[in-house]
Design a protein around this ligand. Structure first.
Ligand code: SF4
Length: 177
């Protein structure tokens, strides 16, 4: 024990240095998402997260959007507890057979207009869980998907870029309709 304490005084920790924060880039991106939501919806964007069977890696990155660093609520992006209050369903994981009905019911409980965003490689086609007896497949095998954000897991900034692309596309579709 004494040796361990002695070593800790002289050796640096083995963890990697944290990346330097890109506060300006985050602020610009999240503000653009918030502005696009207000233009399209007339208010801030409400997101309901659904774990349809993921390993929770994608959840960790989604949760990071609400942590003290990203704190996206300050830009008008809110995570809500009920699909009845949501504009966007962010769905992670391969859809397991046990979660299929829950995903369908959540989709139908969400009022129109709504968008479904499949988050992560598993949400595209089952990813590394594809072919499992317990898995139905990707999210689009159960509900219509408007956008897929790739990655295993995708980083919070990648998710923000995806939401911005989704809202801009919805905006241009509404303009041309
Ligand atoms: S994409 Fe990767 S992190 Fe996300 S649920 Fe699948 S295995 Fe986990």
């Amino acid at each position: 024990m004494r040796k361990l304490l002695f070593q800790s005084l002289f050796y640096r920790p083995l963890t990697e240095a944290a990346p330097s924060p890109d506060e300006a880039g985050l602020s610009e991106l999240a503000t653009a998402v918030g502005r696009a939501a207000r233009r399209r919806l007339g208010r801030s964007l409400s997101i309901r997260e659904i774990d349809a069977g993921s390993c929770n890696g994608c959840e960790l990155e989604i949760h990071a959007l609400n942590n003290a660093f990203y704190d996206v609520e300050r830009f008008g992006l809110r995570f809500v507890a009920s699909p009845r209050h949501a504009d966007v369903l962010m769905v992670t994981g391969p859809v397991t057979k046990n979660m299929r009905e829950a995903l369908e019911r959540t989709y139908h409980a969400t009022p129109d207009p709504k968008w479904v965003v499949a988050v992560g490689d598993c949400a595209l086609d089952g990813g590394c869980f594809a072919g499992s007896y317990a898995v139905v497949g990707g999210v689009s095998a159960v509900v219509p998907v408007d956008l897929h954000i790739p990655g295993c897991p995708p980083a919070p900034m990648t998710m923000l870029r995806g939401l911005l692309a989704l809202l801009e596309r919805a905006d241009s579709d509404a303009t041309t309709a």
